[in-house]
Ligand binder design. Sequence first.
Ligand code: IVH
Length: 674
Amino acid sequence: MSGEKSRLEELLARIAAANAAYYERDAPEITDAEYDALRREAEAILARHPEWREAGAPLARVGGRPASGFRKIIHRTPMLSLDNVLSPEEFAEFLARIRRFLGLKDEALDFVAEPKIDGLSISLTYEGRRFVTGATRGDGIEGEDVTANMLTLRELPRELPGDAPDFIEIRGEVYMTKADFLALNEAQERKFANPRNAAAGSLRQLDPAVTARRRLSLFAYAQGESSAPVAKTHWQYLQTLKRWGFPVNPLSRPVKEGEAAAFQAEMAASRADLPYDIDGVVYKVDDLALQSRLGFVGRAPRWAVAWKFPAERASTTLEDIEIQVGRTGALTPRARLKPVNIGGVLVTYATLHNEDEIVRKDIRIGDTVELQRAGDVIPQILRVLRHAPGSRPFAFPDHCPVCGALALRVDDDVVRRCTGGLSCPAQVVERLIHFCSRGAFDIEGMGEKTVREFHEAGLLKSAPDVFALPRHEAEIAAREGWGPVSAARLTAAIEARREISLARFIYALGIRRIGETNARLLARHYGSYRHWREAMLAARTIGSEARQELGDISGIGPAIAQDLLAFFAEAHNLQTLARLEREVRVRDEPAAARHSPLSGKVIVFTGTLTMARPEAKSRAEALGAKVTESVSKKTDYVVVGAEPGSKARKAAELGVKILTEAEFRELAGLGGME
Ligand code: IVH
């Protein structure tokens, strides 16, 4: 095999691995710049050896396979990607290619320039001017049905005005603002590397309630299939989208080809100040008739290009590796740097992910390191440029730096955890912060800073102490930075939260692996605090009925059950619960969710219902049902609308109970059909 052929194979394998990491796991392992470099090299080899094109087929596929768990939607018009350029010379080549293709001489081309949003692309379909589906790109041909999740975006138009075509696919980008990304990461233990991953992770949630709590944003910017033409130019098209109620990026603007470089510079300069991440500018030929003549080549249109910003890199000295201890005792390293300016942002910390990353890159204190801030809010260390003279490999602590207890890695966990539990002040503070946070008791004014202050002052040792604070109002009022007004306001905020839903209460306890979704599952299943507590205590006995019941809750796996039982096995946790019981009132789950005949049932919808499918799905889910796409022996009900397809047949074959829409409405307590 020639050297070039084997190099091509290596490149294709690395591209495939990078695709899988990026698209399927939302966890890119290489930077965009590195990815682009791999693609370019592979494309260059293929240009010299067209006979190997077949082997290069994966290059033509955009992205990776859709992740499982969502229904698949086939895009009417494939969702393609864009070719990249990095310099004025490459942009000139792009222009020359268009001229050649169209046989143009010197006439200047008109473009629309749009910031390239670092999010994930979405295809929105409207039928009869009503929103029907939202799908991710997936592999470009078929994507994942994220309709229910898209409905949680307030900015998404539900209906289009009368001048919109009967059928239309509208494309755009779902993204998370920098501010929403930072707030999200602060609130949860699992940190996303950047806003794009946070947006992808939030949109691709099987539970739309989770998406609803994350704040996602949208920009519309492209066309898919349409039953009637909408505009003659791309610029007009964008104006139309705006009129129809879509968010359209206000920085987009028509430019002559000669103005592109200046626009590029302008965007690069304002990039750091924008509320969202952009990684370049997209230039699109404005005239739609020209666009359709230009068409596509491989995975990308000939009429558009993404002019990417160079990745922003810098080198500096790594001054220290600090270890932070989280709520569940996780020891997380981060690099403290000699402050350095990267693309207009002063950087003092970089993420180190975990212990293994430090070993893999052999990062040592005092090293000169190369950093990259590629649209990421938290910069990453690319590599060590120079070890510090006389340095030694970093010894990751095997004891908690805060309380001194042993820190262990259990089984194949990548994370080392402090075993100090509630005797570790770091864990105590993190748990208190969690207890008061937005998804838990949601106590206004009890943010991270205040919790730390009261903990240090000895006013807060464990969660129930939060509700004892009003009894110390005078003492708080006398503290520096406080006064009678702010202390009274805090008291009022705490008093306002003495009543709480069962789901929030369970979540607030900060039990490992019991995030908001699992807390809700438990709340729905057990219904009342008393019942849940009794069941958890009983479940500590191996072989008990309660243990069996816990294991049978769909969504609660063995690891989660173990964490719950470990919590209930600790005497001090039971004391905490007993004290909390005296301070707060935990509301029972609304009976509708628990006693509904749909609770815990697996339901499949098929055929056309009078209610839009996303609505039927979310109604059923709100009543505790699980809605799936395919009929199996596990299905409890198949709800058939007009013109049912193979699913109804399959249900009949398997003997699964079939419900008409009227019967479903009856069960769901939704009233009759009009
Ligand atoms: S147009 C056929 N416009 O960049 C052309 N894409 O690298 C379709 N993107 O998949 C894309 N901002 O997810 C277009 N203003 C913009 C964009 C944009 C971000 C993303 C999009 C696309 C990727 C290509």
